[in-house]
Write a protein that binds this ligand. Sequence first.
Ligand SMILES: Nc1nc2c(ncn2[C@@H]2O[C@H](COP(=O)(O)OP(=O)(O)OP(=O)(O)O)[C@@H](O)[C@H]2O)c(=O)[nH]1
Ligand SMILES: [Mg+2]
Length: 380
Amino acid sequence: MSKLKGSEEQEPKQVEKGQAEPSAESPKRENRASPSQVEREIERTTQPETKAPAENATEIAKTEKEKPETAAQIAREKQDVKGEEKEEKRFGFFDFLRYKTIKEEDLNDLLEELKLELVESDVSFDVTQKIADDLANALRGKKVARSQDIEEIVRETLKKSITEVMTKNYRNFDLIDEIKKSPRPYVIVFFGVNGVGKTTTIAKFAYFLKKNGLKPIIAASDTFRAAAQEQLVYHATKLEVPIVKGKYGGDPAAVAVDAINAAKSRGLDVVLVDTAGRMHVDADLVEELRKIIRVTKPNLRLLIIDSLAGSDALEQAKVFNEKVGYDGVVLSKIDADVKGGIALSLAYELEKPVLFLGVGQGYEDLIPFDPEWFVKRLLE
Ligand SMILES: Nc1nc2c(ncn2[C@@H]2O[C@H](COP(=O)(O)OP(=O)(O)OP(=O)(O)O)[C@@H](O)[C@H]2O)c(=O)[nH]1
Ligand SMILES: [Mg+2]
């Protein structure tokens, strides 16, 4: 069977090369092979022949002109044999599948294509390299009986590899349990660059905590942006959660301390501290954030990263880690990022875990980070 298949793969190409004009069969074959592959096959095919390749090709062309029916018939017969193991047309990655042993050059094509896709999806260089290496190791020199087998190997290897990436710094974090085990109030400070979703995430946390029977209070420590206080008051009112406001331009650390004191005196469980958006490179604002952290001594420092930030996200995370320090990441706007590649880079390259995902603009759109959920989403 395998012998039959081997020869049936080769001969149509020989005819194709020699054809003066395209025939009805040629489009099918074009789907299945790149020019370089055709050439390689022709080389192999012509080896047993005694004539030189050029001569050989001319002769085929001649023969075809003379006996068009015979050539077409031969091609049809070959197609019939092929029909026994008819394979669906697959996308580019799998074009080389008619080989029984995966060859180095085919593997290289596949890996280059995969790398390009990953890089275009904001996956960092290191992660891209790891995934490509895993795939190369799984496929190199492998013998396969059917194309489906390779597809399965590729899929399984990618799944395993991406899962490893996602779980490298994973921490199974049960916030409600953590809070219940800790002295009250439990303080969480949220920070990140402008517009990443800090204030929205705080509203989501307030909703989540209330739903779990805990009593939160919000510290509107973004005294930098004029509308920030109103934005939080709006959410606090809707969610029926107390809020401590500050004056525009006032000391954000003082607002946070007021909220902690209010929580203590009112027996509240959690203080959620909003902060002004700041560029990680803005020394003054970074210093202000360090002060908030110094005086509030938070139980949890959460860096909010916008999943649409692309490769800049990794840079932000690294600088915030260096200059401020944090315990985990909330990756927001995952619903808006079709590729999700940045999650791979963050999960693998940061020493800190991704703890939560923002998956929409509603209060309920906050979910704990689950590597399996993410891998499934990526491979769907
Ligand atoms: N689709 C989607 N939008 C989100 C998500 N989180 C936040 N947003 C939106 O992102 C925009 C900015 O959100 P904010 O919460 O104001 O961001 P911020 O970090 O507090 O902004 P600054 O205080 O100005 O630095 C708003 O329109 C939010 O509705 C999310 O998970 N998914
Ligand atoms: Mg804000």
